[in-house]
Write a protein that binds this ligand. Structure first.
Ligand code: SF4
Length: 336
């Protein structure tokens, strides 16, 4: 579990970090990341989130108005009339106490083409769904990895997880709201193989996919800093697609999706502020997201300063060499 908590309402730019703010991957979709918290500790989690996280130092939460200001700023700089707002997290965005307000502000901005939330659903309930519907949410991408209650607890490593309650809310979303539902199970080979066909059958039966495909099966990947279930080997892409083809035939549903299914296309990128290898001066502003990191700011971007020890010298400038700039996410290492 993380030791620190930082609420960002001004002063820190909202481009540059994977754990909070806006992530632009060069398309007309912007990931909007309001909170890094997660209530679950899934055994396959690619970002090692939740109460059982072994590498987190700080969890971040961003003020809703500040976050929407940045959404508007990035959309304009990218010269888009509108962008898809995809609210996701290195955790679960439903941990964000102002999630309804965030959806409403995005809708009122006039710059959101669609607004979607990605969640594992542990914190969903009918009342919240009604509020999100009223605020203008278009879609929930819901990861249900097992319909079997005991296996769902095992996969999420969370004894209190009640998948029956999540199933009930999902059916309510599909039947009684304007919100579209996309069911997105993570397939962990050797653990929930037999659950995936049941989930496909259930998603089709309840009417998921009013405007987009009903299902988006996700492939488990072993990430360097993620959690990896012992003995599980990720499938190759060809094995994965072969199984998807079989299920497509069996259930008469399209499972191999592309960004076009969601109206996503390439778009001008938000300008890159640093080149890899460049030396630059960065002001230290807080503890970093993961252990051994500080948070830095320079040129209106956030930079994760890695390989550091001890307390951050907040307010001081340090020299770093930029190690990564992909997708405007910056990592730098201290140099003398
Ligand atoms: S997979 Fe998602 S819900 Fe599960 S621990 Fe990771 S961030 Fe949380």
């Amino acid at each position: 579990m993380a030791r620190y908590f930082h609420e960002i309402s001004s002063g820190i730019p909202l481009i540059g970090h994977i754990a909070f703010g806006i992530v632009d991957r060069g398309t007309n979709l912007l990931q909007v990341r309001p909170s890094s918290f997660c209530p679950l500790s899934c055994i396959f989690c690619s970002v090692n989130a939740g109460p059982k996280s072994t590498n987190r130092q700080t969890e971040f939460v961003v003020d809703a108005e500040y976050l929407v200001e940045w959404f508007k700023h990035v959309t304009r700089v990218k010269e888009l009339e509108k962008a898809h707002a995809y609210i996701d997290a290195v955790g679960d965005p439903l941990t964000y106490r102002d999630i309804v307000k965030l959806v409403r502000l995005l809708r009122e901005s006039g710059l959101a083409e669609t607004i979607a939330i990605e969640t594992h659903g542990a914190l969903l309930n009918r009342r919240l769904v009604d509020q999100l519907d009223e605020a203008g949410l278009d879609r929930i991408n819901l990861s249900v990895d097992s319909l079997d209650p005991e296996l769902a607890k095992r996969l999420s490593d969370t004894p209190w997880l009640d998948v029956k309650r999540i199933v009930d809310v999902a059916e309510y979303i599909a039947s009684s709201t304007k919100i579209d539902l996309l069911v997105a199970p993570v397939w962990v080979p050797g653990i929930n193989d037999h659950e995936i066909p049941k989930i496909i059958e259930w998603a089709l039966r309840i009417g998921a996919g009013k405007r987009v495909p009903p299902l988006g099966v996700q492939k488990y990947e072993a990430h360097k800093y993620g959690r990896r279930p012992p003995g599980v080997k990720p499938l190759s892409w060809s094995e994965f697609y072969r199984e998807l083809s079989k299920w497509e035939e069996q259930f008469g549903v399209r499972l191999k999706l592309s960004p076009r299914d969601f109206g996503i296309r390439k778009a001008k990128q938000f300008p890159i502020a640093f080149q890899v290898g460049e030396r630059t001066s960065v002001e230290v502003v807080y503890w970093g997201w993961l252990r051994g990191q500080w948070l830095g700011v320079a040129r209106d971007r956030v930079v994760s300063i890695v390989g550091v020890l001890g307390e951050p010298p907040i307010g001081r400038k340090v020299k770093v060499r930029i190690l990564r700039n992909k997708d405007n996410i910056y990592v730098g290492r201290i140099v003398l």
